[in-house]
Design a protein around this ligand. Structure first.
Ligand code: SAM
Length: 280
C-alpha cells in the first residue's frame, strides 16, 4: 500500500479570500484535516464548501496525535495540517509532527500561503534582505528585556509577534534596551478591515500607539531595524552642525527630519548621532 502524504497547508490570516486554489483542492481531497481548533477551522471549510473530516491537533496533544496520524498515513490516507491562521509551524503547532513523519519516511508537502511575519515585512518599509523571525516575546518584562539584549547585535530586521495587551510594553522595552535610534514598525490587522502599518523611530511609533486606543487593538507584528543599518552610516560634521543649528529652533525629532530631507541621510542615524553628541 502506498503511504499517504502529509500536506502542510497555509490558511488566511484575516481575509478569507487569501487562500490558494491549491489549498482548497488539497483540503477537499485529503481524508482528514488536522486542525488546531476544529470549531474555528470548520468556518473556513464551510465557507469553501469543504466537507472533509476534521480532527484536533494542538500544542497539548501534538505528541499523542503523532502515532494516530502515522497510522493513518501509513495506511494510505492523506492528511492536511492547518492552524487557526496562516502557516502552520510558524508560532503554531506542527513541528514535532513534521519531524516524526519525515523520520518515518512519510512525504511532507508544503501548500504555501499567508504568513503574518512575511506579510508584515512586505509592507513595513524596513530592510528585508536579512531578517530574524523571533516569534512571541516573553510576557514578563525581565525575560522580554533579556531576549532583546541577546538580539542587540543582530544585523537583520527582527520580527516579533505581539499581543495587543503587551504591544506598548514591548516597544518601550525596545527603546530601553536597544536605544531610541532604531526604526521600528507595527503592522496590525493585516488583510483585515483596519489593516494599518506605522513605521518610524521607536519613540514615534510609541507616541502613535499611545495616542489612540484603537491603535493598540488587534493582532500585531512588531519589526525592529537590525543593528547594522544605522551603525554603518557616517554623519559628516556639516550635517551634525546643521542638526545642532536646526535643533535650536525646533524639537530634535523635527530637526532630524529636516536635515534628513536636506542631506538624504537616514533620520534614525541622525537622531542617534545627535544623542551621542549630547551625551558627549
Ligand atoms: N501561523 C501564523 C502565521 O503564519 O503568521 C501565526 C500564528 S501566531 C499563534 C498568531 C500571531 O500572529 C498573532 O498574535 C499576531 O502576532 C500574528 N498575526 C496573525 N494574524 C495577523 C494579522 N492579520 N495581522 C497582524 N498580525 C497577525
Amino acid at each position: 500500500m502506498t503511504t499517504g502524504i502529509l500536506y502542510i497547508v497555509a490558511t488566511p490570516i484575516g481575509n478569507l479570500n487569501d487562500i490558494t486554489l491549491r489549498a482548497i483542492d488539497v483540503l477537499k481531497q485529503v481524508d482528514v484535516v488536522a486542525a488546531e481548533d476544529t470549531r474555528h477551522s470548520k468556518k473556513l471549510l464551510d465557507h469553501y464548501g469543504i466537507e472533509t473530516r476534521l480532527m484536533a491537533v494542538h500544542d497539548h496533544n501534538e505528541d499523542d496525535r503523532i502515532q494516530s496520524l502515522l497510522t493513518k498515513l501509513q495506511g494510505g490516507s492523506s492528511v492536511a495540517l492547518i492552524s487557526d491562521a496562516g502557516t502552520p509551524l510558524i508560532s503554531d503547532p506542527g513541528f514535532r509532527i513534521v519531524r516524526a513523519m519525515q523520520h518515518s519516511g512519510v512525504e511532507v508537502v508544503s501548500i504555501p500561503g499567508p504568513c503574518a511575519a512575511i506579510a508584515a515585512l512586505s509592507i513595513a518599509g524596513l530592510p528585508t534582505d536579512r531578517f530574524l523571525f523571533v516569534g512571541f516575546l516573553p510576557a514578563k518584562q525581565k525575560a522580554r528585556q533579556a531576549v532583546l539584549e541577546a538580539l542587540l547585535s543582530e544585523q537583520g530586521t527582527l520580527v516579533f509577534y505581539e499581543s495587543p495587551k503587551r504591544i506598548v510594553a514591548a516597544v518601550e522595552d525596545v527603546a530601553a534596551v536597544m536605544g531610541e535610534g532604531r526604526m521600528v514598525s507595527v503592522a496590525k490587522e493585516i488583510t483585515k478591515a483596519f489593516e494599518t502599518v506605522k513605521t518610524g523611530l521607536v519613540y514615534e511609533v510609541l507616541e502613535w500607539l499611545q495616542d489612540d486606543e484603537h491603535h493598540r487593538r488587534g493582532e500585531f507584528v512588531l519589526l525592529v531595524q537590525g543593528a547594522a543599518e544605522s551603525a554603518g552610516v557616517e554623519i559628516d560634521p556639516s550635517a551634525l552642525r546643521a542638526l545642532g543649528l536646526a535643533s535650536e529652533y525646533m524639537p530634535l525629532k523635527k530637526a532630524c527630519g529636516l536635515v534628513s530631507e536636506l542631506t538624504g541621510l537616514p533620520k534614525n542615524a541622525l537622531y542617534e548621532a545627535a544623542l551621542a553628541q549630547n551625551k558627549g
